[in-house]
Write a protein that binds this ligand. Structure first.
Ligand code: C2E
Ligand code: CA
Ligand code: CA
Length: 429
């Protein structure tokens, strides 16, 4: 986009002048009973432009962005390039939040056109956080901080813009506290595993089990995996946690072997974060060596998300197969729609997501989906297991549809090792 000089052309302010401007705007808005809005704008994935074309080129792109953003400003507005590819815009004396939202639309329009630098077209996008005074605060620095928090919220939730509110900050504080507790959880032995059996639908025998993590914190009580696992994935703590689960599940399996029980395959969930690590295969191989577990007794559960980088998935899956472990696709049917990966990747099993199993009895469409997944799996010579099976009617229908295995409360909730041993393990007769 070519930016021509226009009569409204303003210059971006330096940080200290911009903060002074916010202070003045806050004072004036109080006197006039008006509002001030601050927008924190971050350009998405700008780093990749620097990496691909070099910093000098990146600087030229940013210069064009700055010029373009300046052109979107009205008389009552000011802009500051606060950091690298981050901008803050001040809208003074506005009547309501709609003005700020209209301004976001204006930036949207600006970014719809490519930025052309040295003949190269760059299609950029952005995220914005908005904080307003007097609603949110009456202090210049705090207003910038709140707009930045709102921007991070927009980024995290993959939305174009977000309005600051107190609950965003509260959630950040709650997450920070949880993160601190999570750091101590391993050292304080607060994690333990539960095991849920997987049953062959023809023989109704237990053929394996899934290891599921539990966290009991002395002050918080039980913290559900749905609460702490996404946070651990965000902070990278999941790596240590996944490794602990893997090691503990393999050790337990070996211990049961030593006690003389018939061997069963253990399924362990591998997070997307862990899967992305270059040394994942080395890591799993080291756990198998250390615990002495036969690789064919270990199954790794990954979700369809891992196939977003099909090249990486391809090489990791092949190396894992060479190790001798099996791979199953968890929560199948709710993730990415391309089924292309199924023919490319060496998968052993598909786990039909519990949402389809749940809906099966009331909704013919869910039954159709379950039936199609089973046929698809069998045509590809894959095993198929239904999870979240809670009643006998679901089991009968799944048997009729030819589902190989089931897992769910109908057989057992996930239970601690002692109980699992008593209820589901057998010694050769
Ligand atoms: P998932 O891997 O899909 O695990 C199945 C979830 O369904 C488990 O929830 C299990 O307790 C629950 N479930 C099993 N049968 C039934 C049933 O019949 N009805 C209902 N309503 N639920 C059933 P849980 O243990 O709360 O785990 C939730 C999720 O947290 C797991 O979903 C998995 O994504 C993650 N997770 C759990 N343990 C680990 C772990 O060790 N590592 C990693 N990376 N993720 C884990
Ligand atoms: Ca699972
Ligand atoms: Ca699942």
């Amino acid at each position: 986009m070519n930016i021509t000089n226009n009569s409204n052309f303003k210059k971006p302010l330096c940080r200290s002048s911009f903060i002074n401007q916010i202070r003045k705007a806050i004072l004036s808005s109080k006197q006039n009973n008006q509002m001030v809005a601050l927008l924190f704008i971050d350009i998405n994935r700008f780093r990749s432009i620097n990496e691909a074309f070099g910093y000098t080129h990146g600087d030229l792109v940013l210069k064009s962005v700055t010029k373009g953003l300046v052109c979107t400003l009205t008389n009552e507005a000011a802009i500051c390039k606060i950091w690298s590819d981050e901008y803050v815009v001040l809208l003074s004396n506005i009547n309501n939040i709609d003005h700020a939202l209209d301004y976001v639309e204006k930036i949207n329009q600006f970014f719809k056109k490519p930025i052309i630098v040295k003949g190269i077209e760059h299609h950029l996008s952005f995220r914005t956080g908005i904080a307003v005074c007097p609603n949110d605060c009456s202090n210049a620095e705090e207003l910038i901080h709140q707009a930045a928090i709102a921007m991070h919220h927009a980024k995290k939730h993959n939305i174009n813009h977000s309005l600051y509110n107190l609950s965003i900050t509260n959630k950040i504080y709650r997450d920070m506290e949880l993160e601190t507790d999570l750091h101590k959880a391993l050292a304080n032995n607060e994690f333990y595993l539960t095991y849920q059996p997987q049953i062959d639908t023809r023989t109704m025998e237990t053929i394996g089990y899934e290891a599921l993590l539990r966290w009991h914190n002395p002050l918080r009580g039980m913290v559900p995996p749905g609460r702490f696992i996404p946070l651990a994935e965000e902070t990278g703590q999941i790596l240590e946690i996944d490794n602990w689960v893997l090691r503990t599940a393999c050790q337990q399996n070996q211990e049961w072997k030593r006690k003389g029980y018939m061997p069963l395959k253990v399924s362990v969930n591998i997070s997307m974060y862990h899967f992305k690590q270059k040394d994942i295969v080395k890591n799993i191989s080291a756990v198998l060596k250390r615990t002495g577990l036969t690789p064919r007794l270990l199954e790794l559960e990954v979700t369809e998300r891992v196939t977003t980088d099909i090249e990486h998935a391809f090489s990791i899956f092949h190396e894992l197969k060479q190790l001798g472990v099996s791979i199953s696709i968890d929560d199948f049917g709710i993730g990415y729609s391309s089924l292309n990966y199924l023919k490319k990747l060496p998968i052993d099993k598909i786990k039909i997501d519990s949402s389809f199993v749940k809906g099966m009895l009331e909704c013919k469409k869910d039954t159709a989906i379950v039936s199609s997944i089973i046929t698809l799996a069998h045509n590809l010579e894959l095993q198929v297991i239904a999870e979240g099976v809670e009643d006998g009617q679901q089991l009968s229908l799944l048997k009729k549809l030819g589902c190989d295995q089931i897992q769910g409360y109908l057989i057992s909730k996930p239970i601690v090792s002692n109980n699992f041993q008593k209820k589901f393990l057998k010694k050769p007769s």
